[in-house]
Write a protein that binds this ligand. Structure first.
Ligand SMILES: [Zn+2]
Length: 281
């Protein structure tokens, strides 16, 4: 997220224009026709039911932003719709889409931490912090974030692409998996790749990261080079894996994902390499 959004905990005292991210069962309430174009989040007076809870998020371009949880049985809105975050990518501007993901995670966290996970007492909000505290045993709960690593692996002029057993038909992606307790990101990269396709890596380098609100992840992207071993996919996770050249790529992930950014970046580097090679002649 760029500097247009400033996070905050304590809401402003004056009431004025606000931006609302209201969810019913994880789907965002949007104004307008769900089939068309840019969809601004619906504003509070348009809510079809009173929110169960609401949270102040901060300011987007100076406008106060809120998240809200609508009841599971909230009726469909007049002149609006509930739409899943994945389906909104490219239809909200990028900053608003990322903010909607932040809102979805905070709504889900507050919903799921109404009671202490240790002793079961109802929890209280903590002033000035995004946290809830048990009044009895004082256990603090913060929004949970689960990091996962995702790695683009190059071998000569090809990259490794794999089909997860649960992928849509024909879709290939790159190797990813959750970080385990006690592990560094780099150790998770080596372990996941070894477990899923049986190869060794060299030159593991950080690329970029992306919040992934499905439901509370952050994808940490790496590039690496094949070092040793032949592909031996784990059949419980990987239906197929192979090395693909730039002119024979299969169906790859959509542009909202860091997987696609990694592949696009590789394609760009390949293209530039080819161009500079040609230029040297
Ligand atoms: Zn407790």
């Amino acid at each position: 997220m760029d500097q247009r959004f400033q996070p905050g905990i304590d809401p402003p005292s004056e009431s004025g224009d606000s931006l609302w991210f209201a969810f019913r069962r994880g789907d965002l309430l949007v104004a307008g026709d769900s089939a068309n174009g840019h969809l601004p989040p619906a504003t509070a007076p348009d809510f079809p039911a009173d929110p169960v809870r609401r949270q102040f998020l901060g300011w987007l371009d100076g406008t106060p932003c809120w998240s809200a949880e609508l009841p599971d049985d909230a009726p469909d809105p007049e002149g609006g719709a509930y739409v899943g975050l994945r389906d909104l990518w490219g239809r909200l501007d990028d900053v608003t889409w990322v903010l909607a993901g932040r809102a979805a995670q905070i709504v889900a966290w507050e919903r799921d931490h109404q009671f202490c996970g240790r002793c079961g007492r109802p929890t209280d909000p903590v002033a000035g912090e995004r946290a809830r505290r048990c009044p009895d045993c004082h256990l603090l709960s913060y929004p949970r974030i689960s990091p996962a690593v995702i790695t683009l692996i190059e071998r000569d002029n090809t990259i490794l692409l794999a089909r997860g057993v649960a992928f849509p038909a024909g879709r290939y992606g790159i190797i990813a998996g959750f970080v385990e307790p006690g592990e560094t990101f780099e150790e998770a990269v080596h372990r996941e790749v070894k477990e899923e396709v049986g190869i060794e890596l060299a030159e593991v380098r950080y690329f970029a990261s992306q919040p992934w609100p499905f439901p509370h992840g952050i994808m940490v992207g790496f590039t690496a080079r094949w070092a040793a071993g032949e592909l031996a996919p784990d059949p419980s996770e990987i239906a197929d894996a192979g090395w693909f050249a730039i002119d024979s790529l299969p169906n790859i992930p959509p542009k909202l994902s860091i997987a696609r950014r990694l592949i696009d970046d590789w394609a760009k580097r390949r293209h530039e390499t080819t161009l500079s090679d040609d230029a040297s002649w």
